[in-house]
Ligand binder design. Sequence first.
Ligand code: CA
Length: 226
Amino acid sequence: MNVLVVEDERNLADAICRILEDAGYHAEACYDGRSGLASAKSDYYDAVILDVMLPGMSGFEIVHEMRRDRVATPVLMLTARTATNDKVEGLDAGADDYMTKPFEAPELLARLRALTRRQGEVVLDEVSFADLTLDLNTHDLHCGERSVHLSGKEFEVLQMLMAHTSRVVSKQDLLTRVWGGEGDTSENSVEAYVSFLRKKLSHLKSTVHITTLRMLGYRLEVYPNE
Ligand code: CA
């Protein structure tokens, strides 16, 4: 499960990420309001932990914008104050729950579990598309009798494509979600990993192909091999 943490106090943001990762979640941090909103609006995350007081844009504005754009990802708001106003405003804006800072790790994890349970979230061990099955624990990609192991980035790129088979995934989307804060990556990296994946799909003799749509991005398509 992927969790986005939007919190400008870097120590706290990184501490929350560590708590989540120790509990088996995949966590990423954004340290300001605008990049937090951009990431939160992607379909990539299963939950967002959102601070109220942020530079650029408040947590209230972020959750309000998310809901306006029909992004249903559950949101847990962090509020530094015990002021009832903050809680009411957060819930009114569309947050699902709130938690007052400071908090203990078990409380954070319990609230997160409750939040994702409410969503009917099932923690998946694998995802499938056409003749492909991707094991989310081992990063092995299976096709019939054959299988290959995917590297970290190959896995994340393919997982993203398999999660959005009904639409085109842009290079920028992949850069943001797979490479996140790693500054010096370019679209060339995306192209390189797509090319590695194509070789692996071809080795598997899968009927799934990664189609390039010029200027738009990539999409998985199914057609028989020649
Ligand atoms: Ca803050």
